[in-house]
Design a protein around this ligand. Structure first.
Ligand SMILES: [Zn+2]
Length: 315
Protein backbone atom coordinates (compact mmCIF):
# COMPACT_ATOMS: atom_id res chain seq x y z
CA UNK A 1 0.00 0.00 0.00
CA UNK A 2 1.36 3.42 -0.88
CA UNK A 3 1.76 6.06 1.81
CA UNK A 4 -1.08 8.59 2.16
CA UNK A 5 -0.51 11.85 0.27
CA UNK A 6 1.24 14.65 2.17
CA UNK A 7 0.46 18.29 1.48
CA UNK A 8 1.68 21.38 3.31
CA UNK A 9 -0.96 24.03 2.59
CA UNK A 10 0.92 27.00 4.06
CA UNK A 11 4.57 27.84 3.38
CA UNK A 12 6.54 31.00 2.64
CA UNK A 13 9.67 31.37 0.52
CA UNK A 14 12.17 34.18 0.14
CA UNK A 15 14.38 35.29 -2.73
CA UNK A 16 17.52 35.25 -0.61
CA UNK A 17 18.66 34.04 2.81
CA UNK A 18 19.02 37.68 3.93
CA UNK A 19 15.43 38.41 2.98
CA UNK A 20 14.15 35.33 4.80
CA UNK A 21 16.10 36.13 7.95
CA UNK A 22 14.87 39.75 7.91
CA UNK A 23 11.27 38.61 7.45
CA UNK A 24 11.48 36.14 10.33
CA UNK A 25 13.15 38.67 12.62
CA UNK A 26 10.64 41.38 11.69
CA UNK A 27 7.54 39.25 12.31
CA UNK A 28 6.78 39.16 16.01
CA UNK A 29 4.49 36.35 17.16
CA UNK A 30 2.95 38.03 20.19
CA UNK A 31 -0.65 36.87 20.25
CA UNK A 32 -0.27 33.55 22.06
CA UNK A 33 1.58 34.98 25.05
CA UNK A 34 4.29 33.00 26.76
CA UNK A 35 5.45 29.58 25.61
CA UNK A 36 9.11 28.71 26.04
CA UNK A 37 9.12 25.37 24.26
CA UNK A 38 8.16 26.40 20.73
CA UNK A 39 10.54 24.73 18.27
CA UNK A 40 11.33 27.12 15.46
CA UNK A 41 12.85 26.12 12.13
CA UNK A 42 16.38 27.43 11.66
CA UNK A 43 16.63 27.87 7.87
CA UNK A 44 15.96 31.22 6.17
CA UNK A 45 13.41 29.85 3.71
CA UNK A 46 14.99 30.07 0.26
CA UNK A 47 13.63 27.90 -2.56
CA UNK A 48 16.50 25.45 -2.02
CA UNK A 49 15.65 25.28 1.69
CA UNK A 50 12.04 24.45 0.84
CA UNK A 51 12.93 21.80 -1.74
CA UNK A 52 15.28 20.18 0.78
CA UNK A 53 12.59 20.22 3.50
CA UNK A 54 10.04 18.72 1.11
CA UNK A 55 12.41 15.84 0.40
CA UNK A 56 13.22 15.30 4.04
CA UNK A 57 9.56 15.18 5.02
CA UNK A 58 8.32 13.24 1.93
CA UNK A 59 5.96 16.14 1.12
CA UNK A 60 4.19 15.62 -2.21
CA UNK A 61 2.86 19.15 -2.61
CA UNK A 62 3.24 22.53 -0.94
CA UNK A 63 1.25 25.75 -1.30
CA UNK A 64 3.22 29.00 -1.24
CA UNK A 65 1.22 31.70 0.55
CA UNK A 66 3.78 34.49 0.43
CA UNK A 67 3.32 37.73 2.27
CA UNK A 68 4.51 41.13 1.10
CA UNK A 69 4.32 43.81 3.79
CA UNK A 70 4.39 47.21 2.10
CA UNK A 71 4.85 49.12 5.38
CA UNK A 72 8.00 47.16 6.22
CA UNK A 73 9.49 47.83 2.80
CA UNK A 74 8.61 51.53 2.98
CA UNK A 75 10.35 51.77 6.36
CA UNK A 76 13.51 50.18 4.94
CA UNK A 77 13.64 52.60 2.01
CA UNK A 78 12.82 55.65 4.15
CA UNK A 79 15.64 54.78 6.50
CA UNK A 80 18.05 54.72 3.58
CA UNK A 81 17.15 58.26 2.43
CA UNK A 82 19.85 60.91 2.86
CA UNK A 83 19.20 63.23 5.84
CA UNK A 84 18.16 66.89 5.47
CA UNK A 85 16.15 66.53 2.27
CA UNK A 86 14.15 69.60 1.37
CA UNK A 87 10.37 69.46 1.20
CA UNK A 88 10.30 69.02 -2.60
CA UNK A 89 13.01 66.34 -2.54
CA UNK A 90 11.23 64.50 0.24
CA UNK A 91 7.97 64.44 -1.68
CA UNK A 92 9.73 63.11 -4.76
CA UNK A 93 11.52 60.45 -2.68
CA UNK A 94 8.19 59.38 -1.13
CA UNK A 95 6.67 59.08 -4.58
CA UNK A 96 9.61 56.96 -5.76
CA UNK A 97 9.29 54.69 -2.72
CA UNK A 98 5.58 54.21 -3.39
CA UNK A 99 6.22 53.30 -7.02
CA UNK A 100 8.98 50.90 -5.98
CA UNK A 101 6.81 49.16 -3.37
CA UNK A 102 3.98 48.73 -5.87
CA UNK A 103 6.30 47.27 -8.46
CA UNK A 104 7.90 44.99 -5.86
CA UNK A 105 4.60 43.37 -4.90
CA UNK A 106 3.91 42.60 -8.57
CA UNK A 107 7.43 41.21 -9.00
CA UNK A 108 7.22 39.17 -5.78
CA UNK A 109 3.99 37.55 -6.98
CA UNK A 110 5.45 36.81 -10.42
CA UNK A 111 8.54 35.31 -8.85
CA UNK A 112 6.44 32.87 -6.78
CA UNK A 113 4.73 31.77 -10.00
CA UNK A 114 8.12 31.34 -11.72
CA UNK A 115 9.37 29.16 -8.87
CA UNK A 116 6.26 26.99 -9.09
CA UNK A 117 6.70 26.53 -12.84
CA UNK A 118 10.24 25.28 -12.25
CA UNK A 119 9.38 22.89 -9.42
CA UNK A 120 6.87 20.06 -9.51
CA UNK A 121 4.62 19.96 -6.46
CA UNK A 122 4.84 23.68 -5.65
CA UNK A 123 1.59 25.68 -6.02
CA UNK A 124 1.63 29.50 -5.85
CA UNK A 125 -0.90 31.75 -4.13
CA UNK A 126 -0.42 35.47 -4.74
CA UNK A 127 -1.18 38.56 -2.68
CA UNK A 128 -3.46 41.52 -3.17
CA UNK A 129 -3.24 44.70 -1.10
CA UNK A 130 -6.14 47.14 -0.95
CA UNK A 131 -4.08 50.01 0.45
CA UNK A 132 -1.42 49.74 -2.25
CA UNK A 133 -3.67 49.32 -5.28
CA UNK A 134 -7.17 50.27 -6.29
CA UNK A 135 -9.87 47.58 -6.12
CA UNK A 136 -9.75 47.25 -9.92
CA UNK A 137 -5.92 47.11 -10.06
CA UNK A 138 -5.87 44.25 -7.54
CA UNK A 139 -8.50 42.32 -9.46
CA UNK A 140 -6.71 42.84 -12.78
CA UNK A 141 -3.38 41.77 -11.31
CA UNK A 142 -4.83 38.58 -9.80
CA UNK A 143 -6.58 37.78 -13.07
CA UNK A 144 -3.36 38.23 -15.03
CA UNK A 145 -1.38 36.00 -12.64
CA UNK A 146 -4.01 33.26 -12.67
CA UNK A 147 -4.61 33.30 -16.42
CA UNK A 148 -1.02 33.76 -17.56
CA UNK A 149 1.40 32.84 -14.77
CA UNK A 150 -0.15 29.83 -13.08
CA UNK A 151 -1.30 31.40 -9.79
CA UNK A 152 -3.68 29.00 -8.00
CA UNK A 153 -5.20 31.18 -5.29
CA UNK A 154 -5.02 34.43 -3.34
CA UNK A 155 -3.31 35.14 -0.01
CA UNK A 156 -4.38 38.03 2.23
CA UNK A 157 -2.99 39.23 5.55
CA UNK A 158 -5.29 41.80 7.17
CA UNK A 159 -3.17 42.75 10.21
CA UNK A 160 0.10 43.16 8.26
CA UNK A 161 -1.54 44.97 5.36
CA UNK A 162 -3.99 46.80 7.67
CA UNK A 163 -7.34 46.02 6.10
CA UNK A 164 -10.41 44.03 7.14
CA UNK A 165 -11.07 40.70 5.49
CA UNK A 166 -14.57 41.95 4.68
CA UNK A 167 -13.27 45.19 3.11
CA UNK A 168 -15.47 45.70 0.07
CA UNK A 169 -12.52 47.03 -1.90
CA UNK A 170 -11.66 43.32 -2.15
CA UNK A 171 -14.97 42.46 -3.81
CA UNK A 172 -13.64 42.77 -7.40
CA UNK A 173 -10.73 40.48 -6.45
CA UNK A 174 -13.13 37.97 -4.89
CA UNK A 175 -15.27 38.13 -8.03
CA UNK A 176 -12.22 37.12 -10.09
CA UNK A 177 -11.59 34.27 -7.62
CA UNK A 178 -15.18 33.06 -8.01
CA UNK A 179 -14.99 33.25 -11.80
CA UNK A 180 -11.62 31.49 -12.08
CA UNK A 181 -12.10 28.98 -9.24
CA UNK A 182 -9.32 30.39 -7.05
CA UNK A 183 -9.50 29.67 -3.31
CA UNK A 184 -8.56 32.44 -0.87
CA UNK A 185 -6.43 32.03 2.23
CA UNK A 186 -6.41 34.77 4.84
CA UNK A 187 -4.30 35.07 7.94
CA UNK A 188 -6.66 34.86 10.89
CA UNK A 189 -6.00 36.07 14.41
CA UNK A 190 -6.00 39.22 16.55
CA UNK A 191 -4.07 42.37 15.65
CA UNK A 192 -2.00 44.68 17.84
CA UNK A 193 -4.35 47.59 17.18
CA UNK A 194 -7.33 45.58 18.48
CA UNK A 195 -9.35 46.35 15.37
CA UNK A 196 -10.25 42.76 14.51
CA UNK A 197 -8.92 42.97 10.93
CA UNK A 198 -8.66 39.20 10.61
CA UNK A 199 -10.35 37.62 13.60
CA UNK A 200 -12.57 34.76 12.40
CA UNK A 201 -15.70 36.93 12.69
CA UNK A 202 -14.17 39.44 10.25
CA UNK A 203 -14.41 36.72 7.56
CA UNK A 204 -18.20 36.52 7.90
CA UNK A 205 -19.06 39.13 5.26
CA UNK A 206 -16.92 37.62 2.52
CA UNK A 207 -17.92 34.05 3.39
CA UNK A 208 -21.55 35.09 3.07
CA UNK A 209 -21.16 37.18 -0.11
CA UNK A 210 -19.06 34.57 -1.95
CA UNK A 211 -20.35 31.14 -0.89
CA UNK A 212 -18.77 29.54 -4.00
CA UNK A 213 -15.21 30.42 -2.94
CA UNK A 214 -13.41 28.11 -0.50
CA UNK A 215 -11.96 30.54 2.04
CA UNK A 216 -9.26 29.29 4.37
CA UNK A 217 -8.83 30.83 7.81
CA UNK A 218 -5.13 30.29 8.44
CA UNK A 219 -4.06 29.33 11.97
CA UNK A 220 -7.71 28.46 12.87
CA UNK A 221 -8.06 31.93 14.32
CA UNK A 222 -4.73 31.96 16.19
CA UNK A 223 -5.25 33.45 19.65
CA UNK A 224 -8.88 34.18 18.68
CA UNK A 225 -9.47 30.45 18.07
CA UNK A 226 -12.63 30.50 20.20
CA UNK A 227 -14.43 32.20 17.27
CA UNK A 228 -13.51 29.48 14.75
CA UNK A 229 -16.29 27.01 15.45
CA UNK A 230 -19.04 29.60 15.16
CA UNK A 231 -17.73 30.58 11.71
CA UNK A 232 -17.45 26.95 10.64
CA UNK A 233 -21.03 26.28 11.73
CA UNK A 234 -22.40 29.34 9.92
CA UNK A 235 -20.53 29.09 6.61
CA UNK A 236 -19.99 25.89 4.64
CA UNK A 237 -17.25 27.51 2.55
CA UNK A 238 -15.04 28.21 5.59
CA UNK A 239 -11.97 25.99 5.82
CA UNK A 240 -8.98 26.09 8.14
CA UNK A 241 -5.28 25.38 8.36
CA UNK A 242 -3.72 24.53 11.69
CA UNK A 243 -0.29 26.06 11.16
CA UNK A 244 1.36 28.06 13.91
CA UNK A 245 -1.41 27.37 16.44
CA UNK A 246 -0.32 23.73 16.54
CA UNK A 247 3.13 24.85 17.69
CA UNK A 248 1.70 27.22 20.31
CA UNK A 249 -0.40 24.79 22.31
CA UNK A 250 0.24 25.17 26.03
CA UNK A 251 0.80 28.92 25.59
CA UNK A 252 -1.15 31.50 27.61
CA UNK A 253 -3.68 32.25 24.88
CA UNK A 254 -3.46 29.15 22.68
CA UNK A 255 -5.49 25.96 23.16
CA UNK A 256 -4.11 22.85 24.82
CA UNK A 257 -3.47 19.94 22.48
CA UNK A 258 -6.72 18.36 23.61
CA UNK A 259 -8.68 21.60 23.05
CA UNK A 260 -7.13 22.00 19.59
CA UNK A 261 -7.94 18.42 18.63
CA UNK A 262 -11.50 18.80 19.96
CA UNK A 263 -11.91 22.05 17.98
CA UNK A 264 -10.78 20.25 14.82
CA UNK A 265 -13.25 17.46 15.52
CA UNK A 266 -16.08 19.96 16.23
CA UNK A 267 -15.36 21.96 13.05
CA UNK A 268 -15.10 18.73 11.07
CA UNK A 269 -11.61 17.25 10.61
CA UNK A 270 -12.19 17.09 6.84
CA UNK A 271 -12.28 20.92 6.76
CA UNK A 272 -8.84 21.33 8.34
CA UNK A 273 -5.47 21.18 6.59
CA UNK A 274 -1.94 20.86 7.82
CA UNK A 275 0.38 23.81 7.27
CA UNK A 276 3.88 24.39 8.60
CA UNK A 277 4.26 28.15 8.08
CA UNK A 278 7.77 27.24 6.91
CA UNK A 279 10.36 28.73 7.40
CA UNK A 280 8.99 29.54 10.85
CA UNK A 281 8.43 25.83 11.61
CA UNK A 282 9.67 22.58 10.05
CA UNK A 283 7.53 20.52 7.70
CA UNK A 284 8.34 17.12 9.21
CA UNK A 285 7.88 18.35 12.75
CA UNK A 286 4.46 19.77 11.88
CA UNK A 287 3.40 16.40 10.48
CA UNK A 288 4.53 14.79 13.74
CA UNK A 289 2.54 17.36 15.73
CA UNK A 290 -0.65 16.54 13.79
CA UNK A 291 -0.10 12.79 14.06
CA UNK A 292 0.39 13.03 17.82
CA UNK A 293 -2.82 14.98 18.53
CA UNK A 294 -5.23 13.23 20.91
CA UNK A 295 -8.97 12.73 20.23
CA UNK A 296 -8.68 12.38 16.42
CA UNK A 297 -8.66 9.07 14.54
CA UNK A 298 -5.79 7.98 12.31
CA UNK A 299 -8.03 8.49 9.28
CA UNK A 300 -8.84 12.05 10.32
CA UNK A 301 -5.17 12.84 10.88
CA UNK A 302 -4.16 11.45 7.50
CA UNK A 303 -6.78 13.66 5.88
CA UNK A 304 -5.40 16.73 7.65
CA UNK A 305 -1.87 15.87 6.55
CA UNK A 306 -2.78 15.69 2.86
CA UNK A 307 -6.02 14.50 1.31
CA UNK A 308 -8.11 17.41 2.64
CA UNK A 309 -5.91 20.02 0.94
CA UNK A 310 -6.05 18.12 -2.33
CA UNK A 311 -9.85 18.23 -2.20
CA UNK A 312 -10.43 21.71 -0.71
CA UNK A 313 -7.83 23.56 -2.78
CA UNK A 314 -8.27 21.48 -5.92
CA UNK A 315 -4.56 20.72 -6.27
ZN1 LIG B 1 2.08 32.27 7.11
Amino acid sequence: MSDPIRIDSHVHIYQSAEEGIAAKEGYEIWEYGKQDEVAFCDVPGTVDDLVESMKKSSMDKVVIVNLYVADEQRAIYRKALPPNLGQGELEKAEGDIEARVREELFAFNRWACDVARDHAGIFPYVCADVLLFSAEENAAHIRDLAENEGARGVKLHGPAERFFMGDERLWPTYSVCRELGLPVIGHSGPDLEGKGFAEPRAFGAVLKAFPEIPIVLAHMGGATWQQAQEIAETYDNAFFDCCEIIEWTRSENGPTERQLAQLIRDIGANRVMMGSDFPWYDLDQTVDRVMSLPVLSMEEKEGIVGANADRILGL
